[in-house]
Each structure stands twice: as C-alpha cells, then as structure tokens.
Design a protein around this ligand. Structure first.
Ligand code: ADP
Ligand code: MG
Length: 454
C-alpha cells in the first residue's frame, strides 16, 4: 500500500518539477515503511536528505498527503547503497564516432553521435539555449532564429548542443544535408583550396548544405580572407533560406569580426550557456556515471559537484580520472578515494581562486586585526608583521608579479614586497612556531574544503 502511495506521489511530483530535478532528486527515493501518521522514505545519503528536505520537503509532504487524503508526516531514512564492482565503459570510448544508419550522402555531416539532446542535462544555466536548439529542429520556417548563435565559456557544452541540433535534424529529416565544421577546419579547407586552385569547389561544397554548423567562430578573428569567404558562404546560405548555427566563446559583439558579419548575427537569435549550478552539476555527474555503467555512491558525486565548479569538461575529467583509478587499483569508489585522486585537480582549481584579498582576509582574521590596517600605513609591529606575512603568502600562492602585489597592498613599491618575502622566509627558518603558523595559514587557503552545507 505504502509503496503504491509513494509511486503515485512520484508520478505527481514528476508533473510539478523539471524532468531533470525529478530524475536527480525524486527518482532515487524509495518507499521504506508506513503507519497511520507517518511514511518513511529511503534516501541514498545525508546530503541528499538535507537537500530534498530543505528544497522539496514541503512539496513532498503536501503531495503525499493530498494523494493519501489525510495529513501524513514524511520521515527519511538514509540507506547507503552497496558498492558494486564495475568498470567504466563509455566514458573511455573516443567521442569521435560518426553517425551511422543515416542515408548515404556525398559527404559526412561530421557529427559525433554521442552529442544528442537526450544526454544534454538541462539546468538554469543552459535551459534557454537548449530550448532554442530544439525550436530550431522543429521549426518549419527556416527564417525563424536564423542564425542561431550560441556563446559561452570553454567546456560548458556549446559543441555538444550545436551537434545535438544537427543530429536531431538528421533524425527528423534524413535527407537534409547537415554539415558540422569547426572554424579552424573551415579555415584550413579554404587555405588548401587556394593552394590547390580549388576555391570554386570549396564554395560549391559549403554552399550546398541545408544546415551549416560552424563551431568556435572566435578563431575567425584577424583571419581576414577566411572571414571574407565565410561571409559569402553565410550570405548565400542565408539568402537561399538555409540554416546556420554558430558557436563562440564570447558575445559576438566582442569578437572583433567585420561589422557586416556581426550585424547579420543580430537578425537571428543569440543564446548563452553559463556555468552550471550545483544541482545541475550533480545531475550531469549522475548522467555521466550512468552512461559509464558505473555505480557511484551519491556522496562521491556530491563531493565532486561541490568541489569542481568550473565547467562540465572539468567535472567529466575528474570523474573519468576517479573511475580509471578505482578500476586500476580495484578499489571501491568512496569519498575518501575521490578526495585522494582529485587532490591534484582540485589543488589547481583552488590555487586559481586564491587572490590577494582572500589572503589579507585570512591573515587579518588569524591575527585579530582589521583588513584595512593591513592595507594601511600603520607601522605598529604586529600589523607590520601581519602585512609582511600576507605579502609573503601572496608571492607563494598567486602568480602575481612583485610589482602587482605591491600595488594591491595600498600602492607599495615592489622592493617592499621583496623585503617582506625575505624577512618572513628568514623568520620561518629561525622560528619553528612561527614557521608552523604561516604554513597552517597557507594550507588553509590552498586546500579545498568539503563543506557539507554548501
Ligand atoms: P564547449 O564546446 O562549450 O567547450 P563541450 O560541448 O565540448 O563544451 O562540452 C564539454 C563536455 O561536457 C562534453 O563531453 C559534453 O558532452 C559535456 N557536457 C557539457 N554540457 C553538458 C550537459 N548539459 N549535459 C551533459 N553533458 C554536458
Ligand atoms: Mg567546443
């Protein structure tokens, strides 16, 4: 009975929230027990419990009570799943497989069949871009959203999305000529065509497609002749009602391309992809773990999602590294293993976010003085010492030059920084206690923290 109630509640929840939210947070919950006033549900980890309880606690309780027809209290019980021995599969496969089962064309669309909509995890960061992509596939009228320009930082899913559009269009209309090309490949083809006196064929080829996808057009910057050729190709496709999809790592206005090219882009639709939020990161990891056929405990996915917040490529890289390590040493995948294996990755990440400001803050806090005092002119001994320690740490933990460090400390000269680095270094050699104190400070700043309440 209780199980049926939960199944019905899941169905109802599914209609209330985004599919991805459902897959991530409700599907993994199962029924455990029920009495007259309380239903107990099984969740896979502490963190999972806290997240569901704080974000969806009321929704779950209301939905379940509504279906049961009487007020029910919801209890959660954390049951850690047993770890199965598994080997990562698809994550290791090269993503350069070509689309198969498509009608023979006189050219290959050059699409990777792994890049499809169904495995493109949706979140607030990419929702609009994905919806626009799907609209393009379904649009009857080619002038709608033409061209579609997708922009966003590295590793955020631009290539995946634009290829998914191409794959989906071919699924729907196998007869269409779809062509995916990077702007580098386009440039190279063009240069070769010039060398071999084949520019006419080059033009004919690129101008014969129904959908042209050009990835990473930022590489057209400063390549005047290729840009010119691209403009003509673009124009001809555009004028004859064919589709163009472009991607770039920055907004087109900042590309420095010829203005007649950018003004053409304005006629279409511009969408951006941003860094995924925490919830989307967990969903992406879950999806990649599923694809690999590995059963990875929730806690580990959470650990990765909390600590790696740069982009999807880094997230995936971390997961692959972890799976590879676990299968090589035949170890279970645990948060501890994750911590060990990823220390290197995360250290790189963390070191990039340490800046002078966070150093000054840590030092000020440690010595119980104010940040402005460290930045200011006071020569009081304890303040001067704290200031020197902060400069020393800035030299160690950031890539800033001595000059720039001096400037960030209230416009001081670089020789002041040199003096501070020398003084602190000597003091650390002499004084064991002092040495330990500074090292603790450095470690605190350069080590990632696993914050359960993030
Ligand atoms: P970009 O082209 O923006 O640099 P990619 O499209 O190459 O980024 O994405 C990097 C990796 O992350 C790819 O393996 C891609 O499949 C994956 N990825 C990016 N965004 C998502 C997403 N929303 N869902 C699933 N995988 C994603
Ligand atoms: Mg790309």
């Amino acid at each position: 009975m209780g199980n049926d109630l939960w199944v019905a509640t899941q169905e109802a929840l599914r209609r209330c929230v985004a599919e991805q939210t459902f897959q991530t947070w409700f599907k993994p919950i199962s029924f455990l027990a029920k009495n007259d006033s309380t239903i107990t549900l099984k969740v896979p980890s502490q963190f999972f419990y806290e997240w569901v309880k704080s974000h969806y606690g009321e929704l779950v309780e209301e939905t379940i009570s509504g279906i049961a027809g009487l007020p029910l209290k919801v209890d959660y019980s954390i049951v850690l799943e047993e770890q199965k021995e598994t080997y990562p599969r698809s994550l290791f496969e090269s993503p350069q497989k070509q689309v198969q089962n498509k009608p023979k064309q006189d050219f290959s669309p050059n699409l990777n069949d792994q890049y499809i909509f169904s495995n493109f995890v949706e979140g607030p960061s990419n929702q609009f871009a994905k919806a626009a992509g799907q609209a393009v596939v379904e649009a009857q009228d080619n002038s709608l959203y033409n061209p579609l320009v997708v922009y966003g930082g590295v590793g955020l899913g631009k290539t995946h999305l634009v290829q998914a559009i191409g794959n989906a269009l071919l699924d729907l209309h196998p007869e269409k000529r779809v062509m995916y090309v990077t702007s580098e490949k386009f440039t190279l083809d063009y240069i070769n065509a010039i060398k071999e006196n084949r520019t006419a064929q080059f033009s004919k080829f690129y101008r014969s497609v129904d959908l042209l996808i050009v990835d990473d057009i930022q590489f057209f910057q400063k390549k005047i002749r290729t840009q010119e050729e691209f403009f003509h190709t673009f124009n001809e496709l555009y004028m004859s009602g064919r589709r163009i999809i472009l991607s770039t790592d920055r907004p087109p206005a900042e590309l420095g391309l010829h203005s007649r090219l950018t003004s053409r882009f304005n006629a279409g639709l511009l969408v951006d992809i941003q860094e995924p939020d925490y919830e989307t990161r967990v969903a992406i990891l879950r999806q990649k773990a599923d694809e690999s056929g590995s059963d990875i405990p929730y806690e580990v996915l959470e650990f990765l999602a909390v600590n790696i917040d740069t982009n999807v490529r880094d997230l995936q890289g971390a997961l692959i590294r972890l799976l590879a390590y676990a299968s090589l040493v035949k170890s279970d995948i645990t948060p501890n293993l994750a911590r060990r294996v990823l220390a290197e990755v995360m250290h790189q990440q963390v070191s990039t976010v340490v800046n002078v400001d966070s150093i000054v803050e840590a030092v000020a806090e440690n010595f119980g003085i104010k940040k402005v005092e460290i930045m200011g002119k006071s020569r009081r001994q304890e303040i001067a010492l704290a200031r020197q320690i902060a400069m020393f740490m800035a030299k160690q933990l950031t890539r800033n030059s001595l000059k720039s460090i001096g400037l960030s400390f209230g416009g001081r000269d670089h020789s002041t920084v040199i003096h501070a680095v020398k003084t602190i270094g000597e003091k650390m050699n002499r004084d064991e206690l002092f040495n330990a104190e500074v090292k603790t400070l450095i470690r605190r700043l350069s080590e990632p923290v696993f914050d359960q309440n993030n």
